[in-house]
Design a protein around this ligand. Sequence first.
Ligand SMILES: [Zn+2]
Length: 323
Amino acid sequence: MKLYRFAVPLLALMSAPVILTGCADLSAQEKTKAEKAEAKKATPQRDRFAAVQIKSEELAPGVAVLFGAGGNIGVSHGEDGTVLIDDQFAPLTGKIQTAIADLGAAPVKFLINTHWHFDHSGGNENFGKEGALIMAHDNVRIRMAGEQTSGRGNDPASPAEALPVITYADGIKLHLNGDMVHVKHMPSGHTDGDSIVYWEKANVLHMGDLYFNKVTLPFIDTNSGGNAVGMLEAANMALEMINDDTKVIPGHGPMATKADLMAYRDMLENVVGAVKSARDAGKSLTEIQAMKPAADYDTNPNAFIKGDAFVEAIWKSLENAQE
Ligand SMILES: [Zn+2]
């Protein structure tokens, strides 16, 4: 059972387009959880994606973000070809390709996965079959090549066309479209294969799921090697790379600024610090959850990760760090 703890909320996060529009819309949702579960059972997956629209926003000349269902997509396009950062779900590939064409961009030549989760890599097989060169951290390929436990149960191994063909340990730099794109691995944060992507000239940063902006408390996938302490370190490292003008693409949620990311880092520091102090003082997980150390930030009743789950993930992270 333990492995399926996130099953229902994870599926909801990854398949519900409404979550990407922010807290206000989420709080306006009227359906009860039971109603939503019923609706999900009755609606085939393809129909759920049929209603999804891909919205694009230009962030700098030749750099854009696409919002749809699943993880936010970064796009770089220009004379050297189109680079995509993450690709949401397979049924959305056609719509994503249309949105890319509408930007005036060529078909995807390079694809980077910020991590292995299926709402960020679900389109890999489609793009891979059409010739995109897929890159990601070493652990993304390892996890996608085998069966994984995720929010929808066990994910089967991905087909060969979906796997990253260029993998890296620490990062990779792309010299494309007149910019220098830094792809940097952040060890053990949301998973054990996270990368952030920074366009130096365009001054745009894609954080992957190391950063959910406003929609929920952080999700630390401890089943995939994620760790709260690493997530905090990643936020600190990202902040060192950017300035007040940087446009920050979160893994989920609306666009953010450096100030938003700083507030998120402060939240992580406060809650991780509080859980660690209490744990070091001998308190049990249940006792710490009762102290509600994340209460100030646990403001969205429909959030995918609520305070108790966040505290438990931090507890597990600290436990794993000791092993
Ligand atoms: Zn994720």
